[in-house]
Design a binder for this molecule. Structure first.
Ligand SMILES: [Zn+2]
Length: 295
């Protein structure tokens, strides 16, 4: 009998320990930044070190970009968030409008520019053979499994970076969101060779939020893709919130929510999206991508 009691006591002890450990596992009590001697206790949130960044792709700073940028600015101020602007270098070089670009220049605390290709599509540079197949994608065309030759890819990356350098847009010489998120291994290696530190693109045929380190560059596919429409239904809000949670649950530290300008063209609807996401996740840190590199 005693033996049995001892066994059940140990089981009870074990269960209590497990409960206590799980209670405290997510909440340590260090304040590493404490400058004075008082040991202020802080609870480290469940998603500590996770950064969620918002990207608006296909920005060229033409006149038509103004609506989305102005709305993004309103949201940035309201929710204390920042937006990455995925800029297409060649179109920026040729068509940017000074008044539109001023929205960025006057609000660098709300915006950060990242690279989003030289031409974005294959139609500008490649031959009819590519165009006739209804293809797209500057660096890789998955619909026909077309790998763009490495020398062409490198030429594009160099020219893209050159335009950003010329305009002193430093973050766009470090962070690269590949057009359509479609690139191959060469895209990553060539971006690294040309000084990029972070590249966002699909890394496998099924999106599984992989992160890979290639030398000096980190390649990530931990993004939530928002399709190009401007009305969000309540089920959309749940779906995208859940996708973000999935990535965090998979242990990824960087999540990118990827928009098109059209998503931001109706302010009321865009506001619904951000209100839902931010209020539902009070312990998630929404921050600029470059903050990853700050010490
Ligand atoms: Zn794009």
């Amino acid at each position: 009998m005693d033996g049995k009691k001892e066994v059940s006591n140990s089981i009870l002890f074990f269960l209590i320990s497990v409960m206590l450990i799980s209670l405290f596992a997510g909440a340590s009590v260090y304040d590493i930044n404490s400058k004075n001697s008082s040991l202020k206790q802080i609870i480290i949130p469940k998603y500590d070190n996770v950064r969620v960044s918002f990207i608006i792709n296909d920005i060229t700073f033409k006149k038509e970009d103004r609506l989305a940028l102005n709305n993004a600015l309103i949201l940035a101020k309201k929710y204390n968030i920042t937006f990455e602007l995925g800029v297409i270098a060649q179109q920026f070089n040729e068509n940017s409008n000074p008044e539109t670009f001023k929205i960025y220049e006057d609000n660098k605390d709300a915006f950060e520019i990242i690279a989003h290709g030289l031409t974005h599509g294959s139609d500008v540079i490649f031959t009819d053979e590519f165009n006739e197949s209804g293809s797209y994608g500057e660096f890789y065309i998955p619909s026909i499994n077309r790998h763009i030759p490495a020398d062409v890819q490198e030429e594009h990356i160099k020219k893209m970076k050159g335009i950003f350098e010329k305009n002193n847009l430093t973050t766009a010489t470090k962070i690269f969101a590949v057009p359509y998120y479609e690139g191959d291994e060469n895209t990553i290696k060539l971006a690294e060779k040309n000084g990029y530190k972070l590249i966002i693109q699909r890394l496998s045929s099924v999106q599984n939020y992989t992160e890979q380190h290639y030398g000096q560059i980190i390649a990530l596919e931990s993004y939530v893709y928002i399709p190009p429409y401007n009305i969000f239904s309540s089920s959309d809000l749940i779906i995208y919130n859940n996708k973000m949670m999935d990535i965090m649950a998979a242990g990824k530290k960087n999540v990118y929510i990827s928009f098109h300008q059209i998503n931001l063209e109706v302010l009321e609807n865009a506001d619904k999206f951000f209100k839902n996401l931010i209020e539902k996740n009070p312990d998630v840190k929404f921050a600029a991508i470059s903050s990853r590199f700050e010490k």
